[in-house]
Design a protein around this ligand. Structure first.
Ligand SMILES: *[C@@H]1O[C@H](CO)[C@@H](O)[C@H](O)[C@H]1NC(C)=O
Ligand SMILES: *[C@@H]1O[C@H](CO)[C@@H](O)[C@H](O)[C@H]1NC(C)=O
Ligand SMILES: *[C@@H]1O[C@H](CO)[C@@H](O)[C@H](O)[C@H]1NC(C)=O
Ligand SMILES: *[C@@H]1O[C@H](CO)[C@@H](O)[C@H](O)[C@H]1NC(C)=O
Ligand SMILES: *[C@@H]1O[C@H](CO)[C@@H](O)[C@H](O)[C@H]1NC(C)=O
Ligand SMILES: *[C@@H]1O[C@H](CO)[C@@H](O)[C@H](O)[C@H]1NC(C)=O
Length: 345
């Protein structure tokens, strides 16, 4: 688990440490530059004020100001928001600061389970896979419009709470426009102070089994004629786990490589934003790791629960039809550990 020190970064960058070894001339030049850029920025600000500030916005600003708790360090402020939803009034929660987050993950990596755990927290509202709907991710303007609505607490879903929301977010798969528009999205995340939760799976072979089994059930509808991506009982899990996929060994390595590459690319892109990196296996093995997530979002500690029941619990050798061929195909490759160290998860 890796947490970057996002909240301290800005503080450091603001501290200007004078260094004695530069000559006076250089100092004067730097000072001059700072003054010029200062004047330039001010003139820009003034121009924008004149153009943009309407009486309505002034009102919004002043109410937000009254919520501010002076004990909160400045570096934290950009991650704390006081949304004013269009559709209702937050009333007694108006001054409860809200953190914005996004869970970035891949299909069949435990993000469904993880999200139900988060949503069991009284102050969390995670709105699900909002961008599974194609129109919402058609282009960057539909994406930002959707995000604005979520973060303004104007999005209705089963995750909406009556209690004071202190963290609001969504679950977002890498293949749902996230990688395609990563530059603009990172810019948005930085501008609006969105905290990023990256959730990946270490054992990509187990993930592949889950992907194939889930694809199979989409057609087979093994549970009384309905397709279920997640189950809530052991009986249902057992039914779904009976199916053992046959894995095309020619495509196996390229497939694992592709998934691996996506995860590391995503990490490369989003590590510049305020983020925490989680692995499904670690969370399953040690549920106290969930408390790190609450800490990351500055939420009060609380026991979290989920009704999700894990589907594939058996050793991989019992879950892949052509196990011997798969085992042989991975032997001696960088992915050999997926078959050897049986994570059990
Ligand atoms: C973005 O997509 C929406 C919906 O598909 C469309 O109405 C809109 O014109 C598009 N905007 C741009 C800038 O392409
Ligand atoms: C969580 O919600 C409760 C109930 O609405 C509220 O009293 C409390 O202040 C909230 N906690 C935080 C940290 O916002
Ligand atoms: C299927 O439906 C029957 C009767 O409605 C019920 O008893 C059974 O538990 C269901 N099975 C599954 C796997 O959902
Ligand atoms: C595996 O996939 C390759 C490429 O799509 C295909 O040519 C081959 O027939 C497949 N093998 C099996 C056993 O399905
Ligand atoms: C479980 O996770 C917590 C929080 O990250 C850590 O402090 C603890 O050492 C972990 N326990 C084990 C047994 O790894
Ligand atoms: C789970 O945690 C234990 C104790 O920290 C460790 O020995 C074991 O290797 C871990 N298992 C996995 C799958 O990470």
């Amino acid at each position: 688990m890796v947490v970057d020190d996002c909240c301290f970064l800005h503080k450091d960058s603001l501290v200007i440490k004078p260094q004695k070894k530069y000559p006076l001339g250089l100092w004067m030049a730097v000072l001059g530059l700072i003054m010029i850029s200062g004047i330039y920025i001010c003139s820009l600000c003034l121009k924008q004020r004149v153009l943009l500030v309407t009486p309505n916005q002034m009102k919004v600003k002043s109410t937000r100001q009254t919520c501010r708790d002076p004990s909160i360090p400045k570096s934290e402020l950009r991650y704390m928001h006081y949304p004013e939803p269009i559709s209702y009034s937050r009333e007694e929660c108006a001054c409860t600061p809200v953190r914005f987050f996004a869970i970035l993950s891949m299909q069949r990596s435990g993000s469904g389970w993880f999200e139900t755990l988060l949503n069991s927290h009284v102050n969390v509202s995670s709105n699900g896979e909002i961008f599974s709907v194609k129109e919402r991710r058609s282009n960057i303007s539909t994406i930002t419009k959707t995000l604005d609505k979520i973060y303004n607490l104007d999005w209705y879903s089963s995750a909406s709470k009556n209690e004071c929301t202190a963290a609001v977010g969504l679950k977002w798969m890498l293949n749902q426009g996230l990688m395609q528009h990563h530059e603009e999205i990172i810019e948005y995340f930085k501008k609006r102070g969105v905290s990023v939760i990256l959730l990946f799976r270490r054992n990509l072979l187990r993930r592949l089994v889950s992907v194939l089994a889930n694809t199979h059930d989409r057609d087979a509808k093994q549970l009384n004629g309905t397709h279920k991506a997640h189950v809530h009982s052991k009986d249902e899990a057992d039914v779904l786990a009976q199916y053992k996929p046959t894995i095309n060994t020619t495509l196996l390595i390229p497939e694992l490589k592709h998934t691996d590459k996506w995860a590391s690319e995503a990490l490369g892109y989003f590590k510049s934003s305020c983020h925490i990196l989680l692995y499904y296996e670690d969370l399953v093995n040690n549920t106290t790791k969930l408390m790190d997530v609450l800490e990351f979002l500055k939420l009060p500690r609380q026991k979290l629960f989920s009704r999700h029941v894990k589907i594939h619990n058996k050793p991989l050798s019992d879950q892949i039809e052509n196990w011997d061929a798969v085992h042989a195909a991975l032997k001696g490759t960088e992915y050999e550990s997926f078959v050897n160290t049986d994570y059990g998860v």
